[in-house]
Design a protein around this ligand. Structure first.
Ligand SMILES: NC(=O)c1ccc[n+]([C@@H]2O[C@H](COP(=O)([O-])OP(=O)(O)OC[C@H]3O[C@@H](n4cnc5c(N)ncnc54)[C@H](OP(=O)(O)O)[C@@H]3O)[C@@H](O)[C@H]2O)c1
Length: 273
């Protein structure tokens, strides 16, 4: 049986936390990313064989998003390469309310390998480890988001569930839908961060077209600008405005609340202007 666990996106928001947790448990871990010791690149299949050599379990985090055209094909190809390499188990990071992500889930579920699906709401960490950090630091978060609430989920909870799925057999064949314990609008989330930091941070709703144009003007690659527009247009239309019990079901405990995330993150100083 292959002993190594490959963590794709192993330097990213969920992947780095999973690598840290597995390493602490003494699991033999390989980071899968373009900058890793054994590089893995979703866009270059010639890198996959070496990355999968000796691997028994894979955490599959696609980049940038399963909604991007070609993502489902890439996951299907990876699934096949994994099977050929002797991989036994896949744990797929997926997104809630995205048709393409649900197609990728089906690819993994039909792979014949052991699988767990970790289907997530928006990550809290988008506010401090991703594209919302800069606006928070600037004191104004302008987004094409209105009154539709989102049950933001913490990357630490996602990592805990993924590690359980990678290391324990009872999660095989489970689809865990992960949300936080509370629905918040983006305005409310920003207000929580303002409160935790003691800073004034305004939330400004903007039309989606203006927002996408501004992202491109700032030099964001057009596929990422498209993706962010897609997420606000399609996924934030109310379809995901409900809580799910995946963290409780997988771990037997409640998920982390956004205000605890805001307090802990403020304490690191990352939001100091
Ligand atoms: N953010 C959210 O709110 C959210 C919610 C639900 C689901 N998701 C899902 O989470 C996944 C990851 O999204 P994220 O925004 O959180 O990103 P992330 O994990 O922070 O992404 C960065 C990681 O991807 C690696 N990477 C970048 N380009 C790559 C490539 N071409 N080939 C291989 N690895 C590459 C990076 O390492 P290198 O630079 O070294 O390659 C890094 O490890 C997506 O599939 C998304 O659908 C995200």
């Amino acid at each position: 049986m292959n002993a190594t666990t490959l963590v794709l996106g192993g330097t990213g928001k969920t992947g780095a936390r999973i690598v840290e947790r597995l390493t602490a448990r003494g699991v033999d871990v390989r980071v899968g990313s373009r900058s890793a010791e054994v590089p893995f690149d979703w866009t270059d299949r010639s890198t996959w064989t070496a990355a999968l050599a000796g691997v028994g379990r894979v955490y599959v985090s696609y980049y940038p998003d399963l909604a991007i055209p070609g993502a489902v094909d890439a996951v299907a190809a990876l699934t096949e390469a994994a099977r050929d390499a002797g991989v036994q188990r896949l744990v797929l990071l997926s997104g809630r309310g995205e048709e393409e992500a649900q197609a990728a889930e089906q690819v993994v579920q039909r792979s014949g390998l052991e699988w767990t699906i970790v289907r997530c709401a928006w990550f809290n960490q988008n506010f401090d480890e991703n594209y919302l950090l800069e606006p928070v630091l600037a004191g104004e978060v302008a987004l094409p988001a209105g009154d539709v609430p989102e049950p933001f989920v913490d990357a630490d909870d996602i990592a805990d569930v993924a590690v359980a799925a990678l290391t324990e057999d009872r999660h095989v064949g489970e689809l865990y839908e992960l949300t936080g314990p509370r629905l918040l609008t983006f305005a409310e989330a920003v207000a929580e961060i303002a409160k935790a930091t003691g800073r004034e941070i305004a939330f400004v709703p903007v039309p989606l077209d203006d927002y996408s144009a501004a992202l491109e003007a700032e030099g964001l690659p057009s596929d990422l600008a498209w993706l962010i527009g897609y997420l606000f247009r399609e996924v934030l239309d109310g379809r995901n405005a409900s809580l799910a019990d995946g963290v409780q079901r997988a771990l037997g405990r409640a998920p982390k609340d956004f205000s605890d995330y805001a307090r802990d993150t403020a304490a690191t100083g990352v939001w100091n202007a």
